[in-house]
Structure formats: structure tokens, C-alpha cells
Design a protein around this ligand. Structure first.
Ligand SMILES: *[C@@H]1O[C@H](CO)[C@@H](O)[C@H](O)[C@H]1NC(C)=O
Ligand SMILES: [Zn+2]
Length: 251
């Protein structure tokens, strides 16, 4: 009887430990507009993988900076296309964060819970296969969210990232116009910068990015991933990536 009590309390202890460790890395549907750590700046790039992703990764690396890519599965390109899978893996290996922007970029507020799960599940599986990382952060397309979107993200162990600065590259602004927006925002001395831009524009990659990095670094901001600007881990866990992706298809 006595040994049974000891054994079962050991088992309880072991399972409590495992749950605690798991929950530490699982995010819980927190809605994020600002970074948590003062003096950090998180540059984020949506809608890839696309042709400028590696240039963005290299430019960030050149300035000893990190960024975050909110990628899709099949919007402009299929993420399993070897060229784009390799690009995602390249920026992941540089230490930039990979996060979810859903599979096909729908307005999640118009979908059922099952459809929201499906949109999240498919891109999480792709990122897991390509990088080995289980994402802990997502950004809803069009920054459109409601209580369902947040509760599905929470259930899937993710926080929901919006931004406190919109570079408006999606809105037809020229690189020079976006740079003025950056100047004006930095002039307000924000405690943190969480910048939304898109990796799909050459101007964002080759003109705005070097400008923004130099501006932010000269004002003392540390350029980090979204997870690091929140003081958290970027992934729920990281395992070995899939070595042969040839059986993975978008359709
Ligand atoms: C991208 O922009 C850079 C700098 O303006 C330019 O040199 C390059 O040719 C552009 N690339 C494409 C594919 O348009
Ligand atoms: Zn988007």
C-alpha cells in the first residue's frame, strides 16, 4: 500500500512536470500590438515566401539584426516549391523567426471554427516539415480577428500578432513615402516598434529595409524577432525537419 502511494505520487509529479514544461512554450492567444521589452524593434514581413525573402534575411544579417516572416502556404507561391521551401529554410537558419500567416490568406472572421483550424493547421504543418519548428505566433490576414480567431489560435498554442506601425507598402506607398512614415513614427519616441511590412515588394526589401534598420539602430533600438521582443521563445518546439519534401504538395 505504501509503495503504491509513493509510486502514484511520483507518476503525478512526473505528469505535472511535463504539463508545465509544455505550457511554458505554448502561447495562449495573447493579442499583441506592442513589444513587451522596451527598446526593442521587431520588423515583420508578411505574405511570403517570395522572391525577396533571402535578400531581406541577408540585409538583416548584415546589420546583425533579426526579423520575423509571417508566411503563407499558398498565396503568391506554393511553400513546398523547392525554391521557396529552400528560401524559408535559409532565413530560418539565419535565426529569423518563422510564423504563421495562414495557408491561403483568407479573412478568418468570415470562416467557421473548423475552417480557421484548417487554415492554421496546413501552414503549421508546412513550417514544421520545412524547418522542424512548431510555430507559436500567427498574424491574421488583413489584421482581421474576432473572438473565434483568438480562441482557435490559443487552442493551437499561438499568440496573435498585429503591429503598432504599418509601413503601408501594401497601400501603394513608394519606398520614400514609407521612409517618411518611419521617420515620423520614430520621432514620437515609441517604447517599442512592431512594424508591419510585406516581403513581396522589391522596394520594401532593397530600399525601405536598409533605411529602417539604420534609422532604428541609430535611435538605440535593438532589432529582434517578435518572440524576443516579447521575452518569449519563438516556437513551441523544434524537431528535425523533413529531409525529403518531394511528396508534399499544395494541391
Ligand atoms: C529591385 O530594386 C533594386 C534597387 O532599386 C534594383 O536595383 C533591382 O533591379 C530591383 N529588382 C527587381 C527584380 O525589380
Ligand atoms: Zn497578408
Amino acid at each position: 500500500m505504501k509503495s503504491f502511494v509513493i509510486l502514484s505520487s511520483l507518476a503525478l509529479f512526473a505528469s505535472a512536470q511535463a504539463a508545465t514544461l509544455g505550457n511554458m512554450l505554448k502561447r495562449s492567444g495573447v493579442l499583441i500590438y506592442d513589444c513587451a521589452i522596451p527598446g526593442t524593434a521587431a520588423l515583420t514581413f508578411d505574405d511570403g515566401p517570395n522572391d525577396y525573402q533571402k535578400i531581406i534575411g541577408d540585409t538583416l544579417a548584415q546589420y546583425n539584426a533579426k526579423g520575423t516572416f509571417f508566411v503563407n502556404g499558398n498565396t503568391y507561391h506554393c511553400i513546398y516549391d523547392p525554391k521557396y521551401a529552400e528560401s524559408v529554410r535559409y532565413v530560418f537558419d539565419q535565426g529569423h523567426q518563422i510564423a504563421s500567416h495562414t495557408w491561403s490568406h483568407p479573412d478568418l472572421t468570415k470562416l467557421s471554427d473548423a475552417e480557421i483550424h484548417d487554415e492554421m493547421c496546413k501552414i503549421e504543418d508546412a513550417i514544421l516539415a520545412i524547418t522542424g519548428a512548431k510555430v507559436a505566433y500567427m498574424r491574421p490576414p488583413f489584421a482581421a480577428y474576432n473572438d473565434n480567431v483568438i480562441s482557435v489560435a490559443k487552442c493551437r498554442g499561438q499568440d496573435v500578432v498585429i503591429a503598432n506601425f504599418d509601413a503601408q507598402d501594401w497601400n501603394g506607398l513608394t519606398p520614400d513615402q514609407t521612409n517618411v512614415l518611419y521617420d515620423n513614427f520614430v520621432a514620437t519616441n515609441p517604447s517599442t516598434v512592431l512594424a508591419l511590412q510585406h516581403e513581396t515588394y522589391n522596394g520594401t526589401a532593397t530600399e525601405v529595409l536598409p533605411y529602417a534598420i539604420e534609422l532604428l539602430q541609430s535611435h538605440g533600438y535593438k532589432l529582434v524577432t517578435v518572440a524576443e521582443c516579447m521575452g518569449n521563445e519563438p516556437y513551441q518546439w523544434v524537431q528535425a525537419p523533413v529531409s525529403d519534401l518531394s511528396s508534399y504538395k499544395c494541391t
